[in-house]
Ligand binder design. Structure first.
Ligand SMILES: Cc1cc2nc3c(=O)[nH]c(=O)nc-3n(C[C@H](O)[C@H](O)[C@H](O)COP(=O)(O)OP(=O)(O)OC[C@H]3O[C@@H](n4cnc5c(N)ncnc54)[C@H](O)[C@@H]3O)c2cc1C
Length: 454
């Protein structure tokens, strides 16, 4: 056998995408190493002691790629739920349908006026192409009223980064923009306008949460997956990898989905310019908070965005609505679950139990729960997740332009949400496809359309 040895690092969507493709091709000489004792990466799911299932933040499946769709079809068969997105924004205890700017009629008149005036000015100026950072782009696109009322506070909660330090290069379909005529008509004709976006319909696994997709993928090639193996050193000259347990392996091609800054730190004698570039990459972390309730919640709502400062989380998801089997025994007559996400900065430490108390109070203010529900909370779940959002800072693209070609010269494909470090291609479908396409490139020189696109 004269096949190149391919080593895959990480059992999340990217690593499993690569693995799936290798298996599909009938390729033999490969192995996947994962540091945890489970697969799925950020797209994993866990069941708590009470039987509630939790994702690492609300994951919904919407895809740009038939190949990814085919994998999900194969893994889930009929065991999935089809959902229609119903999402809302809570601001000062008012409920506004998403997207905010299309539903201004739900706001107090004074705020409506300032949002409309700002949007009219922004539309007249038409200068959003010229803006040099995310904050200016928001102002130039939406105007001051919408920026102050929602875009600034909400985005700061998600990114935990001053918006003027973020670029606008990642935006494309990730942020719903403004059509002033439509926005004005929606107010005047009192019309709801909720259909924006790529994920207004989505699917969700019936059993086991999002992570079920990846558990089932891994079951296709169990003898190729080594869990509990944390990569610690990459010797790119010798083409060897070493793990924290002292073991090692050799490779011809390395496909890594470990965070890029950490990967550079593992390179034996990495040049200074690579270390400097890696230091320019920034991320934040996530606290996932779950409330398992002994209470029926009958709702069509999916998730709620929070812009106000007194709610620590930027989003709450009616997770029991995604699948009945996200609650014990699938008994949604008796149980329900709410899952909330809070971003926090690197270096910041949180007391999850205190945050949970604040979240419960905020959910009661927003009327998602009532006071009596405090005694119906049977599970208070929390999970701290390192590396949740790769932040599109102003220096990001320069750093990546230094790092990625240098790694590829050493036969290292750094791909995936934190391997590529590009939020605009940071979803599960992108990640799986980056793994698939890295294999195609490594073996046959096929183009990597996702990694090089946006
Ligand atoms: C809050 C949140 C919400 C999201 N919502 C959605 C959504 O609604 N829809 C969607 O499509 N996507 C969503 N995503 C994105 C989705 O989670 C990612 O696209 C996907 O998990 C990225 O896959 P990955 O394999 O690139 O990285 P990861 O999922 O991070 O997997 C990397 C794997 O590598 C392993 N690893 C890391 N370092 C090492 C090492 N040194 N040695 C060995 N193994 C290592 C990790 O343990 C992990 O298993 C969301 C992400 C977050 C954080």
């Amino acid at each position: 056998m004269n096949q190149k040895r391919i080593v895959v690092i990480g059992g999340g969507p990217t690593g499993l995408g690569a693995a799936y493709r290798l298996h599909e091709l009938g390729y033999e000489n490969w192995v996947l190493y994962e540091k945890s004792d489970y697969v799925g990466g950020h797209a994993c799911s866990h069941t708590d002691n009470y039987g509630f299932v939790w994702d690492e933040g609300g994951h919904v499946i919407f895809s740009h790629y038939p190949y990814f769709d085919k994998i999900v079809d194969e893994m889930l068969g009929k065991e999935e739920n089809q959902l229609v997105r119903e999402s809302w924004i809570v601001r000062e205890d008012l409920w506004i349908p998403y997207p905010f700017q299309n539903n201004l009629r739900y706001l107090p008149k004074l705020v409506q006026v300032s949002c409309l005036l700002g949007a009219a000015q922004a539309a007249a100026n038409g200068k959003f192409q010229d803006s040099s950072n995310f904050r200016d782009w928001i102002l130039a696109t939406f105007g001051e009223g919408i920026a102050e009322a929602f875009m600034f506070p909400y985005n700061f909660k998600v990114w935990t980064t001053p918006l003027e330090l973020m670029s606008k290069s990642w935006i494309a379909e990730r942020v719903s923009v403004v059509d002033f005529k439509r926005l004005l008509e929606n107010v005047l004709y009192e019309r709801d306008d909720i259909c924006w976006g790529p994920n207004n319909k989505f699917r969700f696994p019936l059993y086991g949460g999002t992570g079920e997709i990846y558990r089932r993928m891994a079951q296709r090639f169990p003898d190729k997956i080594r869990i509990g193996k944390e990569l610690v050193v990459v010797d790119a000259a010798a083409r060897t990898v070493s793990f924290s347990d002292g073991s090692g392996d050799t490779y011809d091609v390395l496909i890594s989905s470990a965070p890029l800054d950490l990967l550079v730190g593992m390179l034996k004698s990495a040049e200074n310019r690579l270390q400097d570039a890696a230091a320019d990459l920034q991320h934040n972390n996530l606290l996932v908070l779950g409330l398992g309730l002994e209470k029926k919640i009958d709702t069509g709502k999916c998730w709620i965005y929070f812009a106000d400062q007194d709610m620590p989380c930027y989003r709450a998801t009616y997770f029991s609505h995604y699948s009945p089997f996200n609650v014990p025994n699938g008994d949604t007559e008796r149980y329900s679950s709410l899952m909330c996400e809070m971003s926090f900065r690197v270096g910041e430490s949180l007391d999850p139990s205190r945050v949970l108390d604040q979240v419960i109070a905020a959910l009661i203010r927003a009327k998602m729960l009532d006071e009596a529900d405090r005694s119906r909370i049977v599970s208070r779940y929390h999970r701290t997740v390192a590396y949740s959002y790769p932040i599109p800072t102003l220096g990001r693209d320069r750093a990546l332009a230094t790092l990625q070609p240098a790694l590829l010269e050493k036969a290292i494909y750094s791909r995936g949400r934190f391997g590529a470090w590009r939020y605009e291609i940071g979803n599960m479908d992108h990640s799986v496809m980056m793994g698939v396409e890295a294999v195609g490139h490594a073996l046959s020189g096929e183009p990597e359309t996702v990694f090089h696109g946006s």
